[in-house]
Design a protein around this ligand. Sequence first.
Ligand code: B12
Ligand code: SF4
Length: 634
Amino acid sequence: MPRTACLVQQGVWETPLESMPLAQGYLKAAALADERIRAEMDLRIHNFRGGRRLPEMARALFRDGPPDVLACSVLGWNQREFGALAETFKQLNPNGWVVFGGTHVANQGERVLRMYPEVDVVVDGEGELVFADVLRAFLDGRPRDRLGDIAGLTYRAADGTVVPNPPRARIERLDDIPSPFLTGAIELTDAQGRFRYDVALMETNRGCPYKCSFCYWGGAVGQKVRSFSRERLRAELELFARLRVHTIVLCDANFGMLPADLAFVEDLIEVRDRFGYPRALETSWAKNKSRTFHEIVRRMRRAGLRSSFTLALQTLDDAALDLMHRRNMKVNDWEELADRLAAEGLECYAELIWPAPGETVESFMDGYDRLSRRVSRIACYPMLLLPNTEYAEKKDAHGIVSVRGDHDDFEYVLADNTVTMQENERMQRFLYWARVLAEMCVLRHVWVGLRELAGLSQSAVLRDFAVYVEHSTAPAAAALRDGMRGAIAGDVGGGAGRFFTDPDTRLLLQRWWDSSLGPRLPRAAAPVLDEMFRYDLLAHPVCGPAAEDLPVVPGRGGEHFLRADVELAYDVPALVAALRAGEPVSLAPAPTTVDLCYRVGAENAVFSTNHEEIVHFMGEPVPRQLPEARERPA
Ligand code: B12
Ligand code: SF4
C-alpha cells in the first residue's frame, strides 16, 4: 500500500469556480520528481473554495481514511481552518505528520506550533525541496521530532521545544522545479473537460528587489529575482491556450521590469493569435516603469490584449511613503504615467492602503481626490499587518493597535500614531462605499462628469451616498447596511453584487441619484449627468434574467451578449473621453445610438471582491458598423 499525503489549499472567496492550487502543484510536481516518493507515495491535492465549512472539508479529506501526511498551504485567510483540520486529523491518525507551509506561517514556527499542538512542522520558505526532504524522512521511518538536518523548517523536538533549523538558500534555477501544469500535477479540467479554475495562475519569476514595510510578496522581498525559462513558460501558455483559458494572472511582484517580460508578452500574443486564447493578462506591474514596461503596454494595446494597469501607490502622503520605504519609487510620478496610459486608450486603476503609519484622515482624503482626478477606480485595501513585514515587527514604534479578523488570522489596524480608533471607524464607512461604488465599478463614467460639470469630488459623492443609505428605510438599504456592518472593509463583493443583480438595490441607487444628488447638480449639466448615470447602469455586467433577452455573439475575449441599438440622448462615451482629456464639451443634446457588448459568464464574478475580474464583464461600446457579431446571434 502506498503511503498517502493530502496537499491542501483553500482559496479566499466562495466563487463558482475554484482558484488554482499553484503552491500545492509545485510541491507535488517537485516531490514526484523523486523516484522513491513516486514509487512509495500517493500525493493528492485537495483544493477548497473559500467559504467551505470545516465539517465538509474534514469529510472530504478523511472520509476514506486519514492520510499519513497532511500538508497545508497556509495564508492568513485559511490558517484557522487548517489548524482545526489538523486537530481532526490527529484524532484519526495520531502518528501522522502535519506540515504547514506558506508565506503566512514562514518564520513563524514559534507562534504557529504554540497555537496548534497538532502541527509538527512549519516550512519556512520555498517549499519544493524542503517538502521532498520531509517526505523522504517520513518514508525512512524517522520520528518527526528528529528533523534537525533539514534546512528551511521549524519543528517540535521530543521535549516539546520548538527548534528552528537554519534557513535554506533560495532555489537558483527555477526550471529545476518541474512544471505543475506540464507534468499534470495540477488537475486542469473538470468532468466536462473544461478548464476548471477562474483564472490560470503562473509565475514567470520569483523575488522582489524592494522591501516595502507592509509586504512579504512571495516570501522573497528585498531579494534577487530568479526567472523561469522562456521555453517552459511558452509551453505552459500553449497548454492554457488549448484549454481556452481566458485570463492569465501572474504572481510576479514587478512584471514589466525585466526584458524577459517583454518576451513573455510576445509569446503570449503569438499563442493567442494561433489559438484564440488567452485573452487577458493580469499582474502586479513594475513600480518603476521602464522602457520595457512601455513597450509591453504598446504591444498589448496593439494586440487587443486586456489588462488592468495598476498605479500601486498605497499612499500619496510623503510621511507615510517614507515609513513604507517607497518614497523614491518612480511610481510616485503617477500623473504622467496615468496620462500616458490614457493616451494609449488603456484603463488603469490605483491602489491605496488605509491606514498606513504616518497617514491621517485629511492626507488620505486629499490623496483619494487627487487620484480620482485621473482614475476613478481606486482600490482601497485595509492595512493588514502581515507576518515577516517591518510594520508587524515595529508595531509598537508605530503605535499600531490591531485586531485579528473574525474569520482569518490577519491583523487589521485599528489605530496608530496618526489615526485614532474613532477616526478609523468613521473612515470605514467611507471606504466601504468607495470600494463598492468606485473600486468595483458600480459607477464608472459618471465620476468625471460629476467632478468637471458639477464640481463634486468623488469623495463628496461617496459621502452623500453613505448618508442616504444610512437614513433610508428601504429594505434594500437595510441589507446594504448589514453587509457593511462590523468587519473592516465589510462584504465589499456582496455589496457590489447586489447593485449588479438585485432590482431593489438598483432602484435604491436610482432614488438616491434622483432625490439626493439630483438637487445638487447644476441645472444646465443635470440632463447630461443623468444620461451618464444611466449609461453606467446599462454597462453593469449581464447575468440572470437580463441575459435571457440578449443575443450571444462572438467578440473579442470570447462570447458576448450584445445589447444593440441603445439610444442615448448624449454621446456619453465621447463626452467622457473629452472630459477625461480635459477638453471642453458641449451640453447640447446629441442623440446617439450605441451597441454594448458584455462578456458572458458574469455570474462567476458579480459577487467577487476582485475588481480586476469584474471589470472584464462590464459593458463596452463596440464599433457599430463592424459586428460580424450582429449577423451571428447564437
Ligand atoms: C494570487 C494571489 C491572490 C489571489 C488568489 C489567491 C488564492 N489562491 O486564493 C487573490 C486575488 C484572490 C488574492 C487576494 C488577496 N491576497 Co493575495 N496573493 C496572490 C499572490 C499574487 C500569488 C499566490 C501564489 O499562488 N503564489 C505562488 C506560490 C507558489 O507561492 P507561495 O504561496 O508563497 O508558495 C510557496 C511557499 O510559500 C511554500 N508553500 C506554500 N504552501 C505550502 C505548503 C506546504 C505544505 C509547504 C511545505 C510549503 C508551502 O512553497 C511554495 C512554493 O515555493 C500572492 C503573492 C505571491 N507572489 O505569492 C499574494 C498574497 C498571497 N496575497 C496576500 C494578501 C494579503 C491578499 C489579500 C488579503 C489582499 C487584500 N489586502 O485584500 C487578499 C485576500 C482577501 C481576504 N479577504 O483575505 C498576501 C498574503 C499574506 C498572508 N500572510 O497571508 C500575499 C503573499 C501577497 C503579499 N502582499 O505579501 N491574492
Ligand atoms: S509592495 Fe511590491 S515592490 Fe514593495 S516589496 Fe511588495 S512586491 Fe515588492
